[in-house]
Design a protein around this ligand. Structure first.
Ligand code: SF4
Ligand code: SF4
Length: 340
């Protein structure tokens, strides 16, 4: 029997739900308002945090500081859509001694100074160490910029240096543009006289980005992508994601499950049964050519228009397999329905 052991995670993100107030074109996890909430239950929250408490490592600058690839972050979807659960998660994580916790947000909930300050202060008092605030032209299609500005300003008052603005260059550019309200991507491109998004916005061409941003990128035949490594590496101990359905997701690879995080001890000690999970077998071996051959037996045909990235090819194959069979490693299935 072929098996592969999971490296013990030292950092990661906890998806409280895939439900979001936005449906960004670049979303790796295909989140949107259309998802059923299916918020992480309190029981599962306790289980996953107690499993992670023994594993999560602090930021190199100490457990009261944050760093993208250390500690634990609360994410989604938009975690502030269920503030009560977010607060509970922060409280529990603090009680269990999980270091370097932060929350990721798109700021859509920051309608007033008062509400923003009250929520951020409440989270800080419950033990949250910091916040990551998302800014780029894809978020700007959904979130009025004054809410983003408010969130950054008040977060810096509440969390001090533990505020990451990702990507800060866009925050400054939007301020220079005197942006107010939302801005469609096409309008942004017009106002920046055709900024080449492919060169400027840092993103992985995976998940919904592979579907919705194709027009901005060159496409290649599958064969050109066979020998590209997964970046970051497919199996790694940092920045993996744990979703509200129990899936342990490798890195940012939406729609792929290494197994149920409730079985984390066994996944680390005994490993994944690759005969039972053939798609994982090909992905772990970085054999996308083999995966293509496997999918051909299920009727998959290579796209004539080509692929913008290895992840695009991987996603197209997986979407086809999901339509043809029940692969336990291709979860949640709803992800594949929410890509468009
Ligand atoms: S990128 Fe973030 S804000 Fe946008 S849809 Fe995905 S989870 Fe929501
Ligand atoms: S090719 Fe597939 S497995 Fe590798 S990083 Fe991209 S989505 Fe993940």
């Amino acid at each position: 029997m072929r098996r592969a052991r999971i490296p013990q995670p030292i950092s990661g993100g906890l998806l409280l739900s895939y439900k979001c107030s936005a449906a960004c074109r670049h979303c790796m996890y295909a989140c949107s308002p259309q998802w059923d909430g299916d918020w992480l239950t309190k029981e599962d929250l306790e289980t996953v945090l107690s499993l992670l408490a023994r594993r999560i490592q602090p930021s190199p600058w100490g457990n009261q500081t944050i760093s993208l690839n250390h500690g634990l972050h609360f994410t989604g979807g938009e975690p502030f859509l269920n503030f009560e659960l977010l607060l509970e998660a922060v409280r529990m994580a603090e009680e269990m001694g999980i270091p370097s916790t932060f929350v990721e947000t798109n700021c859509s909930w920051c309608g007033s100074d008062e509400r923003t300050r009250e929520r951020l202060q409440t989270l800080k008092e419950a033990g949250l160490k910091g916040i990551l605030i998302s800014v780029n032209p894809f978020y700007a299609e959904y979130v009025p910029f004054e809410r983003t500005e408010r969130c950054i300003r008040i977060s810096q008052e509440v969390f001090g240096v533990n505020v990451v603005v990702y990507q800060a260059a866009y925050y400054h550019r939007f301020r220079q543009m005197d942006l107010t309200g939302r801005m469609p991507l096409e309008e942004y491109i017009k106002r920046t006289q055709g900024e080449r998004l492919a060169e400027q916005v840092e993103l992985f061409l995976m998940g919904r980005a592979a579907r919705k941003l194709r027009e901005f990128y060159r496409r290649y035949p599958a064969q050109r992508l066979f020998h590209e490594p997964c970046q970051p590496p497919f199996l790694r101990n940092w920045h993996n994601h744990f979703d509200n359905y129990g899936n342990l997701m490798p890195g940012y690879c939406g729609g792929i499950s290494l197994g149920d995080w409730r079985d984390l001890d066994a996944l680390e000690d005994e490993g994944i049964d690759l005969d039972e999970h053939p798609v994982l077998g090909f992905l772990i071996a970085e054999d996308i050519e083999g995966l293509l051959g496997f999918a051909s037996d299920f009727g998959y045909q290579e796209s004539e228009e080509g692929y913008v990235s290895k992840c695009d090819l991987c996603l197209d194959i997986r979407s086809h397999l999901v339509s043809r069979g029940n692969f336990g490693e291709l979860r949640p299935r709803e992800f594949y329905a929410q890509l468009e």
